[in-house]
Design a protein around this ligand. Sequence first.
Ligand code: PLP
Length: 368
Amino acid sequence: MLLLIPGPVQTRPEVRAAMAQDIAPWDSGFQPVYARVRDRIVAVAGGTPGVHATLPIQGAGHFVTEAALRTFVAPGAKVLIPMNGAYATRMARLAREAGRVVVELPLPDTRGATAADILPALDADPAIGTVAMVFNETGSGIVNDAPGIGDALRTRGTRLILDAVSAFGVLPFPMAEHPECDALVFTSGKCLEGMPGMGFAVARIDRADACAGNAGSWSFDLSDVLAHARRSGWGSIRFTPPVQAIAAFDVALDLYEREGGQAARLARYRENAAILYDGVLALGLKPYLAREHQGPVIVTIHQPADPRFDLMTFVEALKRRGVLISNFYNTAAPTMRIGAIGAITPDDMRRAVAAIGQALDDVLKQAA
Ligand SMILES: *Cc1c(COP(=O)(O)O)cnc(C)c1O
């Protein structure tokens, strides 16, 4: 089965094999693995050792996103969120339920947000101290200009929290060049092609210290994660971690480096996305995004206008042809969402396009 979803992604057998062991988190055989993974993540983030640290939270991406919002935005403080997709909506809910004051900036979900979109909203409300935003919007496939927005925030002293969950490892945002960024967050099961189970923040150490006491939650406190590392060592983790997923992530990082790191992985994903985009056009389908706004991570496609089309039936038909895609969509208009990420080659993608054409025939013929 080809898994074409934006996480958890298709993985390589070497990564899955690393899970086949029992591990004690505090054991001297495992602590160095965990400490090494943290250092490797700071390097992938383009961070500076001693300035930036990897601060993990076990579980899904929402957990580490909540932890970053709670830690770096004080209770009752204002945070601006550019609202142009499903994950922005989620970020807003996490912040609001944590008691932070969310200022929503509505934007279309068919193009990435830029600094020019954000700055007027900041000018209009000087009480906004932080912008929290999604880098790659997994709902539609657009890419928000995080580096450009970061540059603009830096000159005015506004802080940034970046949800890079479906971008980290492929879309560059070098933390050393972005001191305005308190933290970016990502998970083990997306572009780095590991197993699901771990969330990571790459955060500024000075800010994590300065923000101690903000979180209002022990579980979701990145300042406490930092304090724990200082107290118990960088190979030690608060609470029981998914140790097998961490061991697998170390192997996933080996494969990432062997492939050629960020540039090579981005090139492969771009090629996957282009094959998919051109392929569905050739099948007579209509991509949701104009080509110039199409990012490399997922491609969303308008559902065929044919009244016989039904997404669930189509997903099952495609699955019978060996390809699994999301059975839901979260764009403004009804779409199908197909991932271009994971251990997927351009040849896999060409096979997938052929299968999509066949499954469409299956569904429309069957319904006829
Ligand atoms: C996947 C994803 C998340 C986190 O999702 P979880 O299901 O909590 O792991 C957050 N933001 C973006 C942009 C994502 O793609």
